[in-house]
Design a protein around this ligand. Structure first.
Ligand SMILES: Nc1nc2c(ncn2[C@@H]2O[C@H](COP(=O)(O)OP(=O)(O)OP(=O)(O)O)[C@@H](O)[C@H]2O)c(=O)[nH]1
Ligand SMILES: [Mg+2]
Length: 202
């Protein structure tokens, strides 16, 4: 596909309360996943140059639906997945989400890539590692964003990045990582390059 992708034209498509109500598993999509409050909705808004496409919030656990956005050509989607690891969500509901996320990664054929977001100040928490492992096991290319990079000084950002990258050496063919800040629009070209590369390969 040689078409130049324009993420700025993304439009809200639909919200699915569970993976059983998600759109048909055709075309190609990239999902944004991460702990609650990691900055998924903010990153999507930065990518699409919108301040309201995906709802952001100071209250963790805000995005409780799977939100789909389309852009570019028909059949291309970006997906804002509900954050995981949010303690205050009812326990039974939380368990269901966590199970659903794993299933989504393992069974969704149109999922061509995963953007995994982790706060640069505390990356690779237990469930992040599970997500990454599921993605690698399912052979889904994964691009990690170390988010809220503006919260650290440059030296701290770089050392976190380098340490994380060296820990990913054995999965480097499938997993890449970068710093990102929605606030400072840091790392946007790198993210766009990765997404364009994935969608171009379909
Ligand atoms: N300093 C800083 N704050 C950010 C950045 N990105 C997001 N935030 C803040 O972090 C909080 C959570 O951001 P969201 O984008 O709503 O996070 P989310 O991952 O979508 O959260 P859930 O939908 O609850 O899972 C908000 O208060 C944002 O303003 C960033 O790059 N820098
Ligand atoms: Mg959100």
């Amino acid at each position: 596909m040689s078409h130049q992708l324009n993420f700025q034209n993304a439009e809200f498509m639909l919200s699915a309360p569970s993976i059983r109500q998600c759109p048909a598993d055709t075309g190609a999509e990239v999902a944004f996943a991460g702990r609650s409050n990691a900055g998924k909705s903010s990153a999507l808004n930065t990518l699409t140059r919108s301040n309201k496409l995906a709802r952001t919030s100071k209250t963790p656990g805000r995005t409780q639906l799977i939100n789909y956005f389309h852009f570019g050509l028909p059949g291309l989607r970006l997906v804002d997945l509900p954050g995981y690891g949010y303690a205050k969500v009812q326990k039974s509901m939380k368990k269901q989400w966590d199970a659903d996320l794993g299933e989504y990664l393992q069974s969704r054929k149109s999922l061509i890539g995963l953007v995994l977001l982790m706060d640069v100040r505390h990356p690779f928490k237990e469930f992040d590692q599970s997500m990454l492992q599921w993605a690698v096991d399912a052979d889904i290319p994964t691009h990690i964003l170390l988010t809220k990079a503006d919260k650290l000084k440059r030296g701290g950002q770089q050392s976190t990045l380098l340490e994380a990258r060296s820990g990913l050496e054995n999965v480097a063919d499938l997993v890449s990582i970068q710093l990102f800040s929605a606030l400072k629009k840091q790392g946007l070209p790198e993210l766009e390059n990765q997404l364009s590369q994935w969608f171009a390969a379909i």
